[in-house]
Design a protein around this ligand. Structure first.
Ligand SMILES: [Zn+2]
Length: 511
């Protein structure tokens, strides 16, 4: 995920198709009855059992690191048997509805308030993780309007949407027989849908089909423009990753002036979704949009691929933090910047100014540096100060990843930096083979050097001041200035060791 208003980002998983599950969830979503309200009908194609009596809405969603309590947006929840006779339901907690006579339930109906225009007193939902329905478009994240029967999270889902005939739709989901098809609830949540008056563009990069769908309220931005801006980034990403890790990928863009909340982007396995302010398409703004896309795209590596068991079997009922947020968001933010430098999309000066100096300024002046990266992870779901400090994962988290890269390059004499370590982890772990929440730090130490244990202890688990000057000097860079005027530049005089390490740091090692 990437939050922009303060600045942040996200995550998801795909569930395996459970072929033995005969029960299919058939959703009909009606977007035509009322602006701001989604009308949902769920027909159960198959049988429910007693143990499926709780219908669960999401308390959170993968990669958002925020509490959402989607039940707050649900009203008029009703259950019916096959003859259309109403069956009693209760609402024991904010995100749960309990059915009586569960086995008889065939249909459920409810209304959902869109998140963009619904005021809440706590836990506001980031725009890119929410839902919006307007006259000329709709943005749909499945967890905002779908739920699942307890025990049937893995049941396949078919979603048909009633909308204006003139609308186009974009999603990584397959569209078959008039409906979007998802393997299960997790897959649906992993696959947002943008509909409306959209522009589209597509291309192929290193064998990967790339599609872009854009809603821009005043037509200031469009898919062709974004695609041409993004192609150098995609090329650089494919060099950084050796090859692109998916065979298709969809970018969904939503631009409006004065967006009503925290803007940003959210990553998924085969797509990413951007809710951004509709600014004039200046080179600066387009390059900012590309930076965010680079971040979201790199998430395919982590946490979409490399993640702990806490992410692997995601808990939609109770938000559960993972200590490895430093990697999911910190390493991702670092990689999304340095891959542009190493791929010659941006120059050294621009990299050092935006990805190092600016991040030092923000970490030191706008956030509480007594919060370790571990504490940012632990507190992220708590709202209030936890949600406020969480934004520093994109600054301090990225800086720590950059320091780890330099430390690894130093210890390996330029042979294995953080990029090479991440690629090794991709080989070792992945979907279905999560890293261990408990032992992952030690596992990395075993794959690298004993000194890395001390590094994690100091800069991930504790809040030691970050040793920018000491580390940057190893590659012939220096920090100068203070407060808001910190700069990072090349040293005037360097020795052979510094030059060699700078060379290794500047280029993707050929693998
Ligand atoms: Zn992110």
């Amino acid at each position: 995920m990437k939050l922009l208003t303060t600045t942040l980002l996200l995550t998801i998983l795909i569930g395996a198709v459970s072929a033995q599950d005969a029960t299919i969830m058939k959703y009909d979503l009606d977007l035509t009855q009322n602006l701001d309200t989604l009308f949902v009908t769920l027909n159960v194609d198959g049988k429910l059992a007693e143990e499926n009596s709780v219908f669960q809405f999401a308390a959170t969603a993968p990669g958002t690191y925020q509490t959402m309590n989607i039940g707050r947006y649900i009203s008029d929840f009703k259950a019916f048997d096959k003859k259309g006779k109403e069956i009693l339901v209760s609402n024991p907690s904010v995100n749960q509805y309990k059915l009586s006579k569960t086995k008889k339930v065939k249909t459920i109906t409810y209304k959902v308030a869109e998140t963009f225009d619904t005021q809440v007193s706590e836990y506001p939902i980031y725009l890119m993780c929410g839902s919006s329905l307007e006259e000329d478009h709709a943005l749909l994240n499945a967890h905002t309007f779908m739920g699942y029967f307890e025990g049937l999270q893995k049941a396949p889902i078919s979603l048909s949407i009633k909308h204006d005939q003139a609308w186009k739709s974009g999603s990584a989901l397959k569209f078959v027989d008039g409906a979007f098809q998802a393997n299960d609830f997790d897959h649906a949540v992993d696959s947002p849908i943008l509909l409306g008056n959209l522009t589209t563009a597509d291309t192929t990069v290193s064998g990967t089909k790339i599609e872009i769908y854009t809603y821009s309220q005043n037509d200031k931005l469009n898919s062709s423009l974004l695609l041409s801006e993004m192609s150098a980034m995609l090329d650089a990403a494919s060099k950084f990753l050796v090859k692109l890790p998916v065979d298709n990928y969809t970018f969904l863009y939503h631009f409006e002036p004065n967006q009503p909340g925290t803007t940003g982007a959210w990553e998924h396995s085969y797509s990413s979704e951007y809710v951004l302010n509709e600014n004039d398409p200046t080179p600066e703004y387009l390059s900012r949009v590309t930076d965010i896309a680079s971040h979201e795209f790199f998430h395919i590596v982590t946490p979409l691929n490399i993640h702990s068991e806490i992410i692997e079997s995601f808990n939609f009922v109770s938000p559960t933090p993972s200590v490895h947020l430093w990697m999911y968001e910190g390493v991702t933010e670092w990689a999304s910047n340095i891959l542009l430098y190493r791929g010659e999309v941006i120059d050294l000066e621009s990299y050092l100014a935006n990805a190092v100096a600016r991040k030092i300024v923000v970490d030191e002046n706008y956030f509480d540096t007594s919060w370790s990266l571990k504490k940012l992870a632990d507190e992220s779901f708590n709202g209030g100060e936890g949600a406020r400090q969480y934004g520093n994962i994109y600054f301090r988290g990225s800086l720590v990843a950059g320091l780890l890269d330099i430390k690894l390059l130093e210890l390996s004499e330029g042979e294995m930096g953080l990029r090479e370590l991440m690629l090794k982890l991709v080989d070792e772990y992945g979907k279905g083979k999560p890293v261990s929440e408990e032992t992952f730090f030690d596992d990395i130490v075993a794959m690298t050097y004993p000194e890395i244990r001390t590094f994690f202890d100091k800069y991930v688990l504790s809040n030691d001041p970050l040793p920018h000057q000491e580390y940057l000097k190893k590659i012939g860079l220096q920090v100068s200035g203070e407060g808001n005027n910190i700069r990072v530049t090349k040293m005037k005089k360097t020795n052979a060791d510094q030059d060699k390490l700078f060379e290794a740091w500047s280029k993707n090692k050929t693998l």
